[in-house]
Design a binder for this molecule. Structure first.
Ligand code: ADE
Length: 237
């Protein structure tokens, strides 16, 4: 997860306790908390990007997300981790039927909309197209929508970004998932995403205003949906 405000309700609910990062990652702000398995839930490692020491704000975005994912997957090697989930807030589109508070699970892939390399081969690398774990039956059971998740390092979007998002068919816009997916794939671990909609990209109200107004409610939705998903994953295993 990227933000403390997104992670706090879930962290409290699962009763996680602090775990050490591997030595190579100790200079990074990311934080690992572990919640032991319960009768209904598998063991959970809650990894949060942490606070940037220079600016004092959450390390939102793909660089910190990739480093956090690498930290988790070296602290708990790929053969110990069944599934990586990128959990957080996102923008959606009312023209595609999204509403504030909706929760999406990623299907069928993660893409990047602000990495443009117009050279054969590199164009595909930049776009990502990383497969998402098939959580559709869980999404249906939990009343979640599903959609392609598109990642970029800005809260707003340039005209080029908008064009690429339309071309990819993405329905969920956020700032970490494709980076998390890239690292998880390198480790051979399936990756999914749970994203609560804080803002409608095609609304006349600014994204930052919508985001700020809806962050706390979205964090509660993330908590409820993620807990229910963890119970269902526990029942499957
Ligand atoms: N996180 C929440 N809303 C977002 C948006 N519209 N774009 C990128 N990241 C977001």
């Amino acid at each position: 997860m990227a933000m403390e405000a997104e992670a706090a309700p879930l962290g409290e609910a699962i009763g996680a306790f602090r775990s050490e990062s591997p030595p190579w990652a100790r200079a990074l702000p990311c934080r690992l908390d572990v919640a032991p398995a319960t009768a209904s839930r598998p063991e959970v490692v809650l990894a949060v990007n942490g606070i940037d020491p220079r600016t004092g704000v959450d390390c939102i975005g793909s660089t910190a997300a990739a480093l956090t994912t690498q930290t988790v997957l070296t602290a708990y090697p790929g053969d110990e981790i069944d599934l990586v989930l990128s959990v957080g807030t996102a923008g959606g589109w009312s023209r595609l039927g999204a509403d504030i508070g909706d929760v999406y699970m990623a299907w069928d892939r993660f893409v990047s909309h602000d990495r443009r390399i117009d050279i054969p081969g590199f164009d595909a690398f930049a776009r990502g197209d990383l497969p998402a774990a098939d959580l559709r039956h869980h999404a249906a059971a939990l009343g979640c929508r599903t959609g392609i998740v598109t990642t970029g390092d800005s809260l707003d979007e340039s005209p080029d970004d908008q064009e690429r998002i339309r071309a990819s068919g993405a329905e969920v816009k956020e700032m970490e998932a494709a980076a998390v997916a890239w690292v998880a794939h390198l480790h051979g671990v399936p990756v999914g995403a749970v994203k609560a909609i804080t803002d409608l990209v095609d609304s006349p109200v600014s994204t930052s205003e919508q985001f700020t107004a809806n962050l706390a409610a979205a964090a509660q939705s993330l908590r409820e949906t993620t807990l229910a998903l963890l119970d269902r994953l526990g029942a499957d295993s």
